[in-house]
Design a protein around this ligand. Sequence first.
Ligand code: CO
Ligand code: CO
Ligand code: CO
Length: 303
Amino acid sequence: MDSLDDAGVYKLSDDLALIQTVDFFTPIVDDPYDFGQISAANALSDVYAMGGKPLTAMNIVCFPTKKLDISILQEILKGGIDKMREAGVVLIGGHSVDDPELKYGLSVTGTIHPDKIIATSGAKPGDKLVLTKPLGTGILSTAIKAGVTSQQIISEVTMCMSALNRDASELMQGTEVHACTDITGFGLIGHTFNIAKESLVHVQIYSTELPMLSDIQKFADMSMLPGGLHRNSEFYSKFVRFSDKVPQYIKDVVFDPQTSGGLLIALPPQNAKWLLSELSRKVNTRAAIVGEVLSGTPGITIE
Ligand code: CO
Ligand code: CO
Ligand code: CO
């Protein structure tokens, strides 16, 4: 409970541990099927971030039966089940309540070898940081709600958020990895800081290497910034130093809360290079080496 890890781990025997996590939230896209897919991918991600294998899941549903037609819920659940099927995860139950605000998510149970847990605490000076998905889902969701985006942007961000982190997780398990987490509500900075704090290291982020969804600069300049971005900035700014050359929109993007974001993986430079080439060959994500681990006080420098 004290560590800043993505999921809870409970050792059953010398070679088997349970890994458990729960996540649910309000809709971030209009299409109910897409929302189901995204929420399931997001809930499964915490197991993948620790190098585990999700096995079973249970639905968590809050639904306003008096306000919305039940067919909307059916579409959400169908999106969730299809995503679980893609992940090889079996739905074994769930619980629903009548609630004025719609929410959907999963509790997920998986397994992991107790010696193969990839925690946030193992990053070492000299490691490179690989990020496996582009940033900007919070800014784009805000722009979508404001009705200022094209259908193409909606499809791009929906595809990004509904993509499983499974393949990236399986690939990283094929090499020596020191630490990993997934980028979600606290944004790139918040989750990177968790690694810095748990590993007792300093992190340098390369601002020019950050993969981003389309038109992020345009929408950041239009102030399409979600409330969570400001909260992240207020909380984490004291741990971050920006060099003078970092443009304003990057200073926004690094605090942008992500839904179902990518994995952030700390590993030796030659392993990072290997992982990146495997990712681009097999997963077709927009992965990139976005920084490196330095010795020093826990914190982040953005160059
Ligand atoms: Co997480
Ligand atoms: Co989570
Ligand atoms: Co029940």
